[in-house]
Design a protein around this ligand. Structure first.
Ligand code: ZN
Length: 280
């Protein structure tokens, strides 16, 4: 069975300070070795400075407390976290030995390997910082307007988004070029985008928007665990927060008004989903 490895996985906090605080308290009181934050970490804002203020004015000090507590914190920005702040956020993570910036990286501890991927399949919304075609033959959804990419000078408006999306790698290609773990049986993939077809990707209108590339990758490589987010309402719509894909357990805790997270042990794979309201 091996050494215990207790983790707490949370995702899509979108700048909710009480949720961040509660996760830190729970991590301390329950004695987890590691918190994994699956992205969409900053407040939803199209104001370029609001998210950098959250990083410097809140997250910096918050992450230092994980360092003091000796709890590992693996994280990366999601599709709603502007790419223009990636350097600032990575530098903030790098200040603390316990904090790991996991986007397109591998991190190993206690014989377990963690691999992050934060590109998402394109959607109708305008912000395209981390959007990709799922596969080469991907069919775009109708769009809510021209595309937007964050830059230091402000938002670049992209009128020919479908053409632009054809110039960058697909999710399928991104998955293939991720660094591979030494041992898939002890590997945990942290992929903001949920796989298709498992009930972890259902929107409020019942449409399933998961990635076929992510599904195929997990099915053919069979890691121990995959952790997803992105579709906040999915567990409430499909009634599922986890699924089995051969030997792989796939988890998507969702995130609505209450705090939702998954806590458990990687050595036994006993995992449970917990929800907590703001007022205990
Ligand atoms: Zn997202």
């Amino acid at each position: 069975m091996g050494t215990k490895m207790r983790i707490l996985f949370v995702t899509d906090l979108h700048g909710s300070r009480w949720k961040y605080e509660r996760v830190l308290e729970t991590a301390g009181s329950s004695g987890v070795d590691m918190v994994i934050n699956g992205g969409d970490m900053f407040p939803h804002s199209r104001d370029l400075s609001a998210q950098s203020v959250f990083i410097t004015g809140f997250l910096d000090e918050h992450l230092s407390r994980y360092d003091s507590a000796g709890i590992l914190y693996l994280c990366y920005p999601g599709n709603d976290d502007l790419r223009v702040h990636d350097d600032l956020f990575e530098e903030t993570c790098d200040k603390y030995g316990s904090v790991v910036y996991l986007a397109q990286r591998r991190f190993e501890t206690q014989g377990f390997e963690f691999i992050g991927m934060n590109w998402v399949v394109d959607y109708p919304f305008r912000l395209k910082d981390r959007c990709r075609k799922d596969t080469d033959d991907y069919v775009f959804q109708p769009q809510l307007g021209s595309g937007l990419l964050s830059t230091p000078e402000g938002f670049e408006e992209v009128d020919d988004w479908f053409a632009r999306a054809g110039t960058v790698p697909t999710i399928e290609e991104e998955m293939e070029c991720l660094v591979r773990p030494n041992d898939m049986e002890r590997a945990v993939y942290v992929i903001h985008m949920p796989p298709s077809g498992l009930g972890l990707d259902e929107c409020a209108n019942g449409v399933q928007v998961g990635s076929k590339s992510v599904l195929r990758f997990l099915r053919s490589h069979q890691p121990r665990l995959s952790l997803h987010g992105h579709i906040h309402e999915s567990p409430g719509i499909s009634g599922r927060w986890n699924a089995r894909l051969g030997d792989t357990v796939c988890v998507q805790p969702g995130q609505l008004e209450d705090l939702a997270y998954v806590i458990g042990d990687l050595s036994t794979m006993a995992l449970e989903r917990v929800t907590e309201s703001r007022e205990p």
